[in-house]
Design a binder for this molecule. Structure first.
Ligand code: PMP
Length: 414
C-alpha cells in the first residue's frame, strides 16, 4: 500500500550534515550546521547545565510524572521574564500567557496553529530570505505566507526602504514574523532606530508581530541587549507573540526546550488565550518533556547559576565574534597579496569587500557566495555549507581559518 510513496528530498539544512558525514576526506569542514562547536570542533555542554543536571539527579523528591499541558510553571514564568524583562509591566499585569513547547520550532508551530484558529487575518509576512523552516511551519498550520523585502545583496545589508514599503502595503491586521536578533541566514539586524520605525509603522497599521527569538544572548553576548526589539513592542501596550528557543543560548539542542508567549491586552484575555493554547497542544503531543525545562528553570531561578550561565554564554558569543575577525583578516591578507601580485604584473584586481563578515551578527555569515561557488568549495576543498552561501561561524576554529580563506579565495577567483 505504500509502494507509490516517492523519495522526499533531504532537508536543505540538515542534508548538508548528511553529505558531510559521507565524505571520507579528513580535511572536511562542516559549516552548515547551526550548532555551537568549541575551538577543538567539539559540541559543548555548558558547565552550568552539568551543574543543574547534577542538582536534579541529587534531588530524590523529583519524579517523572507528566507535566501539565502547558509545561513546567517555573520554566514558563522565568522564560517570560527572560525575554520581556524582569520588570515588564505586561507580566506584572498578568497579560502574558507562556506555554512550554518543543524548542523554537514547536513554539512557532503552536503559535501558528493558535493564530489559524483564533485570529481573523491568516496572512503572515516573512522576511526574504529567512530560516528555511519558517514557510513550511506556517503553511502547514494553515496560514498563507508572503515575503517582505529584508536583505539587499548589493549592500549586503538591510533593505530598510523595501521592508517599510512591503509592510506598509500589507493588509491591516496581517501577521509579521520578525527575527528578534541575529537574523538567520543573513546576520543582518535593524538598528534600534530602525526597529522603532518598524514598530510605529506596524502599530499604525495594526500588524501583529510574531517574534522568533532563537539567539537571545548569542548575538551580542548580552541577554538584555538581544531582547530590545521585543521589549520595544511590549512596552507600547500592544499585543505580540514570541517564540523562544534554548537550543543555542543554553546548548540544549536535543532537549527541545522552548516557550511560546502571547502578550494580550488584559489578564482576562490572556487567560482565555491560554485555555485555547491547551486545546492546540493536547491533541498534538499532550504535554512537553520534563528534563530540559527543569534544567532551564533551575538555572534561571538561581542567581549563582544564572550568573555562571551569562559568563559561559558571553564566551560562546565572543568566540564567534573572534572567528569573524580571523576570517576577515585572513581574506584581507589574501586580497592584499593578490592585489600586489596583479599590480606588479598587469592590473589591479579587487577580490572583494569582506567587511560584511565582521558587520553581520550572530551565528551565521551570509557570505554572498553563489550556488556554483559553494559547490566548488565543497568539491575542491571539502567545505560544507547551505547552497545560499550561509556559513556557521560557530562551526569554525582558528586552525581551519586558513583552509576556509583559501577556498573562498579560489572560489571567488575561479
Ligand atoms: N528560528 C530560527 C531563526 C532558527 O535559526 C532556529 C534554529 N535553527 C529555530 C527557530 C528553531 O530551532 P529549535 O527548534 O532547534 O529551537
Amino acid at each position: 500500500v505504500f509502494s507509490h510513496v516517492v523519495q522526499a528530498p533531504e532537508d536543505p539544512i540538515l542534508g548538508v550534515t548528511v553529505a558531510y558525514n559521507k565524505d571520507p576526506n579528513p580535511i572536511k569542514l562542516n559549516l552548515g550546521v547551526g550548532a555551537y562547536r568549541t575551538e577543538e570542533g567539539k559540541p559543548l555542554v555548558l558547565n552550568v547545565v552539568r551543574r543543574a543536571e547534577q542538582m536534579l539527579v541529587n534531588d530524590q523528591s523529583r519524579v517523572k510524572e507528566y507535566l501539565p499541558i502547558i509545561g513546567l510553571s517555573d520554566f514558563n514564568k522565568s522564560s517570560a521574564k527572560l525575554i520581556f524583562g524582569a520588570d515588564s509591566t505586561a507580566i506584572q499585569e498578568n497579560r502574558v500567557t507562556t506555554v512550554q513547547c518543543l524548542s523554537g520550532t514547536g513554539s512557532l508551530r503552536v503559535g501558528a496553529e493558535f493564530l489559524a484558529r483564533h485570529y481573523h487575518e491568516h496572512t503572515i509576512y516573512i522576511p526574504q530570505p529567512t530560516w528555511g523552516n519558517h514557510p513550511k511551519i506556517f503553511n502547514l498550520a494553515g496560514l498563507s505566507v508572503k515575503p517582505y523585502r529584508y536583505y539587499n545583496p548589493q549592500t549586503r545589508g538591510l533593505d530598510f526602504q523595501g521592508l517599510l514599503e512591503d509592510l506598509g502595503a500589507a493588509p491591516s491586521g496581517a501577521i509579521v514574523l520578525l527575527h528578534a536578533c541575529a537574523h538567520n541566514p543573513t546576520g543582518v539586524d535593524p538598528t534600534l532606530d530602525q526597529w522603532e520605525q518598524i514598530r510605529q509603522l506596524m502599530r499604525s497599521k495594526g500588524l501583529l508581530p510574531f517574534f522568533d527569538s532563537a539567539y537571545q544572548g548569542f548575538a551580542s553576548g548580552s541577554l538584555d541587549a538581544d531582547a530590545q526589539s521585543v521589549r520595544m513592542f511590549v512596552a507600547d501596550g500592544g499585543e505580540c507573540l514570541a517564540a523562544q528557543s534554548y537550543a543555542k543560548n543554553m546548548g540544549l539542542y536535543g532537549e527541545r526546550v522552548g516557550a511560546l508567549s502571547i502578550v494580550c491586552k488584559t489578564a482576562d484575555v490572556a487567560s482565555r488565550v491560554e485555555s485555547q493554547l491547551k486545546m492546540v497542544i493536547r491533541p498534538m503531543y499532550s504535554n512537553p518533556p520534563i528534563h530540559g525545562a527543569s534544567i532551564v528553570a533551575v538555572i534561571l531561578k538561581d542567581r549563582d547559576l544564572y550568573n555562571e550561565w551569562t559568563v559561559e554564554l558571553k564566551a560562546m558569543a565572543d568566540r564567534i565574534i573572534s572567528m569573524r575577525k580571523q576570517l576577515f583578516d585572513a581574506l584581507q591578507a589574501k586580497g592584499m597579496a593578490y592585489k600586489l601580485l596583479f599590480t606588479l604584473v598587469i592590473h589591479v584586481c579587487t577580490p572583494g569587500d569582506w567587511s560584511h563578515i565582521i558587520k553581520q551578527i550572530g551565528m551565521f555569515t551570509f557570505t554572498g557566495l553563489n550556488t556554483e561557488q559553494v559547490a566548488f568549495m565543497t568539491r575542491e576543498y571539502h567545505i560544507y555549507m547551505t547552497s545560499d552561501g550561509r556559513i556557521s561561524m560557530a562551526g569554525l576554529n582558528s586552525r581551519k581559518v586558513p583552509h576556509l580563506a583559501d577556498a573562498i579565495h579560489a572560489a571567488v577567483a575561479s
